[in-house]
Design a binder for this molecule. Structure first.
Ligand SMILES: O=C(O)CCC(=O)C(=O)O
Length: 293
């Protein structure tokens, strides 16, 4: 499924794409469950532990920006995280022993879907080593127009950048800091069912979706089982083990000399990345919260 050349490309560039990893039936099932989940946001006044809502959401017109930890919301997303074709890729890119560290579905709906400012995932959840990545499962066709994931090739080999604003973690890099040449950004596009894999230290972001077509991206955060979260231990061993999607858990963390910055003190408006990034003074991506219907 994934070739040695693709694995080599990932090591060099910090991202890689595998087309048609999920078939049409699998994509249709994930989309159907998502439609049911979105309908569940009807009547909601504000964000909760499952839903992050677009600024233009109202209880009568649900507009979901993100489903948090979808594998807790419906078993199909856990099943798809353990899909043999996905595991085969992850074993080659990360490790034979794999933990599902987190995940989300970013809906980026047509005409409104919020941008995500440039960031690395690493400062959100630094671990004892950096053998972690995020899988982006395209649940819609992703084009240049509907807010594709943008990545800066090779940036996973660079430093861990400052993601703080006024001394608080904000989950975004200052776009005018001159640290990155954003003209080098690559757009990850593909057919529904295709997947991208991006390293936890890769700089990435995405623009608002001003097109007429949705861009739904299911993201799985996957860690080598010997990468332990520096922010704290899981509440129980059983909870930790329940997140193993291949191989086995270990109580022996692998310590690597990786650069680390902790996400403390936490963002003042604690919430999703979208809420945290609102603290940013200058934005890279234009954002019209009340954009066209
Ligand atoms: O949905 C996107 O385009 C960006 C996803 C992302 O980087 C995130 O949610 O952390």
């Amino acid at each position: 499924m994934i070739t040695d050349a693709q694995v080599e490309f990932y090591r060099e560039n910090g991202y890689v794409q595998v087309d048609n990893l999920y078939n049409d039936t699998e994509v249709a099932r994930m989309r159907q469950v998502l439609a049911e989940l979105v309908e569940g946001a009807r009547g909601l006044e504000t964000h909760n532990n499952i839903y992050d809502l677009e600024p233009s959401h109202t209880p009568d017109h649900p507009r979901v920006r993100r489903i948090k930890e979808p594998f807790k919301a419906h078993p199909v997303y856990r099943q798809m995280a353990e899909h043999p074709r996905l595991i085969e890729c992850l074993e080659k890119l990360v490790s034979p022993d794999l933990v599902l560290q987190g995940g989300k579905i970013n809906l980026k709906s047509a005409g409104i879907g919020s941008p995500v400012e440039w960031h690395q995932d690493w400062p959100f959840y630094p671990h004892t080593n950096d053998d972690l990545l995020a899988v982006g499962v395209m649940l819609d066709d992703v084009t240049e127009e509907n807010g594709p994931l943008l990545v800066i090739p090779g940036s996973h080999k660079g430093p861990v950048y400052d993601h703080h604003i006024d001394g608080y973690f904000a989950g975004a890099m200052a776009p005018d800091a001159g640290e990155i040449d954003y003209d080098k950004a690559v757009k990850i596009t593909g057919k529904a069912g295709s997947c991208s894999f991006h390293h936890v230290r890769l700089v990435h972001g995405s623009a608002q979706n001003m097109s007429g077509r949705d861009r739904t991206l299911l993201l799985y955060q996957v860690a080598a089982a010997d990468a332990w979260d520096l922010r704290g231990l899981p509440s129980t061993w059983e909870e930790h083990e329940s997140r193993v999607i291949a191989g086995k858990a270990t109580i022996v963390p692998r310590l690597e000399p990786v650069p680390v910055r902790l996400p403390y003190p936490p963002a003042r408006g604690q919430g999703s990345i979208y809420e945290n990034q609102m603290a940013q003074k200058s934005r890279f991506f234009e954002f019209k919260p009340e954009a066209a219907e």
